[in-house]
Design a protein around this ligand. Structure first.
Ligand SMILES: [Zn+2]
Length: 214
């Protein structure tokens, strides 16, 4: 019988996540994680799981049925363009993830894409960086659109937005630093698309600023 990793043993594991297997380091393996040669590939992205979660309204993290409120775990740049590569989760599962996931709690940890099987990469143009700040975006709706050979999510109007860094509530400075370092990539993409896209990005940016705590 495997035990939870010592680093996360103090956190209360949500009931719905108790059925998840633990990896060799004692971390619960979320529902979305694909297996490569029998081992969970945490950096991976399983398109079939996206289909299951969307079609059957399941939680991306625990795989159990979702309720009325859905929580997207996204980087602050996603608050600007309101696009997520991943479907939503339960709030309790999402809260556990921002407190326990090594990638989300250790901003200095780089997203390691070495030896990443190509078919497990997410759809769309991702900003390939660790944002340092993670948002829990609670909403009652979303829409899906095609991107490449995958799908992306337009997150609906938020009913609640929470910011985390290093497993705790993020400070305004951390949030602003994360947004300002991510904006150049979005601006570059907008400039490639023309003046209208640049103007639209400004509108999106101002809208996102309204969500940042004072
Ligand atoms: Zn869940």
């Amino acid at each position: 019988m495997r035990e939870l990793n010592q680093r996360i043993r103090h956190l209360e594991l949500p009931d719905r996540m108790k059925r998840l297997p633990l990896n060799s380091q004692g971390y619960p393996v979320p529902f979305f994680v694909p297996y490569v040669n029998g081992e969970p590939e945490f950096r991976g992205f399983d398109g079939e799981k996206v289909v299951i979660c969307v079609r059957h309204k399941r939680c991306w993290l625990c795989g159990q049925p979702l309720g009325k409120f859905m929580v997207f775990v996204i980087g602050p740049m996603c608050a600007v363009n309101r696009v997520s590569a991943e479907p939503p989760s339960h709030r309790k599962c999402a809260l556990y993830a921002v407190q326990s996931c090594p990638f989300l709690t250790q901003p200095k940890m780089r997203r390691n894409e070495k030896d990443m099987p190509e078919h497990l990469a997410p759809a769309g143009i991702m900003l390939r960086r660790n944002p340092g700040v993670t948002m829990l975006w609670t909403t009652q709706s979303y829409t899906i659109f095609k991107a490449g050979n995958g799908a992306l999510f337009n997150v609906g109007e938020p009913v609640q937005v929470e910011f985390f860094a290093e497993g705790r509530t993020a400070t305004r400075d951390e949030i602003m630093a994360s947004i300002s370092t991510g904006m150049p990539s979005l601006r570059q993409m907008a400039e490639r698309d023309g003046a209208e896209a640049v103007a639209e990005l400004q509108v999106q940016y101002d809208r996102a600023m309204g969500l940042v705590p004072a």
